[in-house]
Design a protein around this ligand. Structure first.
Ligand SMILES: Nc1ncnc2c1ncn2[C@@H]1O[C@H](COP(=O)(O)OP(=O)(O)OP(=O)(O)O)[C@@H](O)[C@H]1O
Ligand SMILES: [Mg+2]
Length: 265
């Protein structure tokens, strides 16, 4: 049965999509069967892996207007598939709001296919909207990319409180697998301080690997290629490979229990 991991941070531009796309690629390269669900109306993960995709997408899936098989697309990497998104998904926010069990649409959708995979990754939008709640409710684990910059840790307390509310009110067990330091430039003092601060104060694990700021990671999506294909020897590629190894390693260890205390920075 798959581990379902939502990649989540309501702050924009912190590396959620870059992480989802490239973590998925390396998990597949390391022998896992992986499905990436693009659950952001911006559809950045879709364009990062598929060029010019048009057609039914996750929006149709969660509303029961498409079969899974119609939506699942292969990528250039063996055993790595994607369910695309599109701007249609922004309409779902309005359509779902009046429906019963509106938090569970993505979960129900995933439950029918998760047995086919080792990992299901969900790329979430920069908000704490109903889409994000659907993503969290669908997931077993949350991975939080944190940008190593001055405002990077702002909002993390609110994010953890949201996870806590979901856990308590929707009776949904969910774990914070870890925070991931992204867009890291170790030559600069400020990012080093932010990373140190996060490692010291974040009440959950922080992945050992830090994702460096790397032009190759920024360029790869414009070729609709994961970094594993675009430039596998670049520092960003090596970092995402290490992240995949850390995540796989957690399969072997029992994850620490999630303790939702207050977190203020
Ligand atoms: N490690 C990195 N090095 C260089 N550029 C990066 C890196 N990670 C992400 N980027 C670039 O930064 C921008 C934001 O990254 P990304 O789209 O992954 O963030 P996001 O959190 O998904 O954004 P959003 O909140 O809009 O969904 C993109 O242009 C991406 O190519
Ligand atoms: Mg994104």
């Amino acid at each position: 049965m798959a581990r379902v991991i939502a990649v989540c941070n309501q702050k924009g531009g912190v590396g959620k999509t870059t992480t989802s796309v490239n973590l998925g690629a390396y998990l597949a390269a390391l022998g896992k069967k992986v499905l990436l669900i693009d659950f952001d109306p911006q559809a950045n993960a879709t364009s990062a892996l598929l060029s010019n995709y048009e057609g039914k997408n996750v929006y149709h899936g969660i509303l029961g207007n498409a079969y899974h098989e119609e939506l699942i697309r292969p990528t250039q990497i063996l055993n790595y598939q994607i369910i695309p998104s599109s701007n249609d998904l922004s309409g779902a926010l309005i359509e779902l709001v009046g429906l019963p069990e509106r938090e569970y649409f993505l979960r129900k959708f995933i439950n029918n296919i998760r047995h086919n995979y080792d990992y299901v990754l969900i790329d979430l939008p920069p908000s704490l909207s109903l889409l994000t709640v659907n993503g969290m409710v669908a997931a077993d684990e949350i991975l939080i990319p944190v940008q190593a910059e001055y405002y990077g840790m702002e909002g993390l307390g609110q994010l953890l409180r949201t996870v806590n509310l979901i856990k308590e009110n929707l009776k949904h067990p969910i774990r914070i697998t870890g925070a991931l330091i992204t867009l890291y430039d170790k030559r600069e003092r400020l990012p080093r301080q932010v990373a140190k601060n996060l490692r010291r104060n974040f009440p959950y694990p922080v992945f050992d690997v830090e994702i460096p700021r790397s032009i190759h990671l920024a360029e790869a999506p414009s070729f609709s290629q994961p970094i594993l294909i675009y430039n596998p020897s670049s520092p960003g590629a090596l970092a995402y490979k290490r992240l995949a190894e850390e995540i796989i390693q957690l399969e072997l260890e029992s994850l620490p229990p999630t303790n939702f205390g207050n977190f203020n920075v």
